[in-house]
Design a protein around this ligand. Structure first.
Ligand SMILES: Nc1ncnc2c1ncn2[C@@H]1O[C@H](COP(=O)(O)OP(=O)(O)OP(=O)(O)O)[C@@H](O)[C@H]1O
Ligand SMILES: [Mg+2]
Length: 502
């Protein structure tokens, strides 16, 4: 890419960017939220058109009028939010909209062809499985095969690891290394510095739309990378913890024998008993897919229970709507911000007030006070350091990390009693992670109870006061932070009950 510039109304997203991606390399793109990574890759794949500058493939200038043109030129992208059709099978998704798919093709033929492709690229897939029922890692493999089948020599993966379990990340890295060895080019976007150091050959850092540097990854470490990204040292200082007097602590949330099922009828939670107190962060550890999502959703009122009771401050809230739970002082940062929590077409202002528009000062009698809503939104945007031209911009125009910053701040703001945070750091850059950690611990120190779900055990160990381990929908144990260690939690995640002497 040579001297590429792209503006949106009020935003210079890419500013005179020149980067060379080589054959047979894994090239990482790094930068703060809103630095312009996704925009640049959308230009490279023909989704957006640059204002100026050019794309050269093997030294020849090319123009892409659409994503299809980029695919013909051998450039394909796996988006962070998969574009698969959930109701279709794996084989159907692979063949959908592919010019090599015959007009008439039987299911058997499709399944066979899918198996062949999966063998050819060495990626495991079940052709007749319905995509909607697959884990994130399995869906991602389908996306990758879909792109490779169309002849891609350049594979772009935008924050591919954000939704994967550590085991799935290992698998993905094996795949990416194989692609590189076969002479392809991989462009890898991630906020996790250790991953970038581990997987990439070279790394380019963007800041405010500009290239800061391209370096050999071998010559870098996490501190140097963070420094290039933000232009100064990132200091990970720890906040002193507020030690609340015992008489101020009370039980905020209690779950008694809670059972819940997935939409398919399969069991999601089995006899869950939990208690969280004020001034306490309860970490939830466990391999993703072991009930974390449903656990947070039943508490937030988004998902129903089949039996058991949930109480908040002694009051039974089982079966209340999500809105009613929120109005009782419960904030919820959901696992999937696009599915619940946001309305992408609506402006930032409306999204900022979704939780409070029925309260003063935004509501005055029967009136919705637009000016008050705007003022409230501007405050949230400022506090969460959301980068947007103004609060009237549709939410979907914000970069992924900036959307996450907004929802996290909005939910923290209403969590007077309880904050439920499911993977709240997803998509955030290193600086934003640090700020959100402080914000969450700040809620705790102000007396709220916090439930924090994360796949990063280090993070759980750093932030939590107690850690509960979920395995197959059951709580296999609750550890006091003083007794918790990586090894111990790891063993329990495997489903071992907490036993004396473990
Ligand atoms: N379709 C659009 N309309 C208007 N502005 C946009 C659009 N897409 C991106 N932007 C703006 O361009 C800038 C760069 O966004 P981009 O999504 O490329 O960032 P990013 O580096 O991928 O960030 P993140 O780490 O949060 O994913 C942001 O300020 C964003 O608000
Ligand atoms: Mg992005």
């Amino acid at each position: 890419m040579r001297r590429v510039t792209k503006t949106f109304p009020g935003v210079l997203a890419n500013d005179d960017v020149s980067i060379e991606f080589r054959k047979g390399e894994i090239h990482a793109l790094l930068g703060e939220n809103g630095a312009g990574k996704s925009t640049l890759m959308n230009i490279l794949t023909g989704v957006y058109r640059q204002d100026s500058g050019e794309i050269l493939v093997h030294g020849k200038s090319v123009t892409f009028a659409s994503a299809a043109d980029a695919i013909v030129a051998g450039i394909g992208m796996v988006h962070q939010h998969f574009k698969l059709v959930k109701a279709f099978t794996v084989a159907q998704n692979l063949h959908l909209g592919w010019e090599r798919t015959p007009r008439r093709i039987s299911h058997d033929q499709m399944n066979r062809s899918a198996l062949e492709l999966s063998g050819k690229f060495g990626l495991d897939m079940k052709p007749d499985a319905c995509v909607g029922e697959l884990s994130a890692g399995a869906q991602q493999r389908v996306e990758i095969v879909r792109v490779l089948a169309r002849g891609s020599q350049v594979l772009i993966v935008d924050e591919p690891t954000a939704v994967l379990t550590p085991y799935e990340v290992d698998n993905l890295f094996r795949v990416l290394r194989r692609l590189k060895e076969s002479g392809r080019t991989v462009i890898f976007i991630s906020h996790k510095l250790e991953e970038v150091l581990n997987i990439s050959d070279r790394v380019t850092v963007l800041r405010r739309g500009k290239v800061v540097a391209t370096r050999d990854s071998n010559a870098m470490d996490a501190r140097k990378l963070a420094n290039l990204m933000v232009g100064r040292d990132v200091i990970f200082d720890r906040m002193p913890r507020y030690d609340a007097p015992a008489e101020d602590k009370y039980e905020v949330l209690r779950l008694d024998d809670v059972n819940a099922a997935h939409a398919s009828g399969a069991k999601a939670l089995s006899d869950v008993n939990l208690s969280v107190a004020s001034y306490e962060i309860l970490g939830i550890a466990g391999v993703a897919g072991n009930g974390q999502r449903v656990l947070t959703e039943v508490i937030a009122g988004v998902h129903g229970v089949t039996s058991g009771t949930i109480s908040l401050g002694g009051r039974d809230i089982t079966g209340l709507t999500a809105g009613a739970v929120a109005e009782s002082g419960v904030g919820h940062i959901p696992e999937d911000r696009l599915k619940s929590g946001f309305a992408g077409d609506l402006p930032v202002s409306t999204n900022s007030v979704l939780r409070v528009y029925r309260q003063e000062p935004i509501s005055a009698g029967i009136w919705y006070r637009h000016d008050q809503a705007v003022e409230f939104a501007e405050k949230i945007v400022k506090e969460a350091d959301v980068s947007t031209p103004d609060v009237h911009t549709p939410l979907r125009n914000l970069s992924g990390g900036n959307q996450q910053r907004l929802i996290a701040r909005r939910e923290c703001a209403i969590s007077d009693r309880l904050l439920i945070a499911a993977y709240p750091m997803r998509g955030l850059d290193v600086g934003a992670v640090e700020r959100l950690r402080k914000m969450i611990m700040g809620r705790r120190d102000a007396g709220a109870a916090v439930i924090l779900v994360s796949e990063e055990l280090d993070e759980l160990l750093e932030m939590s006061d107690r850690i509960a381990v979920l395995s197959q929908g059951r709580i296999v144990g609750v550890l006091d932070i003083a007794d918790a260690s990586l090894e111990r939690i790891g063993m329990m995640m495997g489903g071992r009950k907490l036993e004396a002497g473990l």
